[in-house]
Design a protein around this ligand. Structure first.
Ligand code: A3D
Length: 320
């Protein structure tokens, strides 16, 4: 059986890390596409040359031609620009919307059967635009944000409790941005919900609130430290988790920016929700019950995403 084909659109910091991880995990052969001449070719060759020592079997190719992504099973999109200190994700909208148009058309014409994972910011609006430009089924186009946001939440919680990250689960809803909604009630250590852990004296509500805020600001914290770009190791690892769930039909329950047709009080929009990812792409949106406060936070996040989608329509009249 032929190896799966993984196309990475954008060969920058995240794209290069995605290629390395996909090769190390032997998820398939990798094509790195970028408009910057030499970058995808150089990264592909460098990673291929690590194969004998890392002991993986995977072909890697760098390209400036969309024809080379033909027949890809998975496309992960990071093309565009990342933010710099002082910028919000929303400041990237105008530039990255144009990039989504060319990428969406490239995928439509060359890899219409792929499972597409968008990472480019502002995430929830860009994944919507990418779906519109590509015309692929909604279930085959989603965005990576929730896996990363919940990984950050899990990391901070594991540090606070001095327990293994493996035993911490976390639940994050809503758009990828300042309005994201980390849900304490559904976040646990080995099944014990966070509010119970506060009652058990493992932490205080104040400390938990500070961790939630740090999770919301997790991207900005890295941007502030790096000064020249944004996070890339954790975002790439999160997207690879989603790609693997699709390629191996794992039916993983993962939060992602998915198209919600008619659930959670929403009709036809992309936003961060819990989903089941398997061979069909986003196979299911998990409808959870929210408290009044949680619903209010989620509604605020939904409104923020809707605002960005409207801004996209204002910039590109082909979007309706
Ligand atoms: P960077 O290292 O700049 O890579 C972006 C690459 O895109 C560069 O190599 C560009 O040459 C390339 N590019 C630009 N325009 C095009 C085009 N039209 N077609 C193909 N390639 C193009 O950025 P990065 O890898 O650090 O980040 C990529 C994106 O991910 C940015 O928009 C970030 O804001 C976003 N990001 C999202 C998250 C989420 O959790 C959603 C986290 C971190 C970064």
């Amino acid at each position: 059986m032929a190896r799966p084909k993984i196309a990475l659109i954008g060969a920058g910091q995240i794209g290069g890390t995605l290629a390395h991880l996909a090769a190390l995990k032997e998820l398939g052969d990798v094509v790195l596409f970028d408009i910057s001449e030499g970058t995808p070719e150089g990264k592909a060759l460098d990673i291929a040359e690590s194969g004998p020592s890392a002991k993986f079997d995977a072909k890697l190719k760098g390209t400036q031609s969309y024809a080379d992504i033909a027949g890809a099973d998975v496309c992960i999109v990071t093309a565009g620009v990342p933010r710099k200190p002082g910028m919000s994700r929303d400041d990237l909208l105008g530039i990255n919307l144009k990039v989504m148009k060319s990428v969406g058309e490239g995928i439509r014409d060359n890899a219409p059967d792929a499972f597409v994972i968008c990472i480019t910011n502002p995430l929830d609006a860009m994944v919507w635009a990418l779906r519109e430009f590509s015309g692929l089924p909604h279930s085959k186009v989603c965005g990576m944000a929730g896996v990363l946001d919940s990984a950050r939440f899990r990391h901070f919680l594991a540090e606070e409790f001095s327990v293994s990250m493996k035993d911490v689960t976390a639940f994050v809803l809503g758009g990828h941005g300042d309005t994201m909604v980390p849900l304490s009630r559904y976040s646990t250590v080995a099944g014990i919900p966070l509010p119970d852990l506060v009652e058990m004296g493992w932490t205080t509500q104040e400390k938990l609130d500070a961790i939630i805020q740090r999770t919301r600001d997790g991207g900005a914290e890295i941007v502030g430290l790096l000064k020249t770009g944004s996070a890339f190791y954790a975002p790439a690892t999160s997207a690879i988790e989603m790609a693997e769930a699709f390629l191996k039909d794992q039916k993983r329950v993962l939060p992602c920016a998915a198209y919600v047709e008619n659930a959670l009080g929403l009709k036809g929009m992309y936003v961060g929700v819990p989903t089941v990812i398997g061979a069909g792409g986003v196979e299911k949106v998990v409808e959870i019950k929210m408290t009044k406060d949680e619903q209010a936070m989620f509604d605020k996040s939904v409104e923020a995403v809707k605002g960005l989608v409207e801004a996209c329509k204002g910039i590109d009249s082909s979007l309706t």
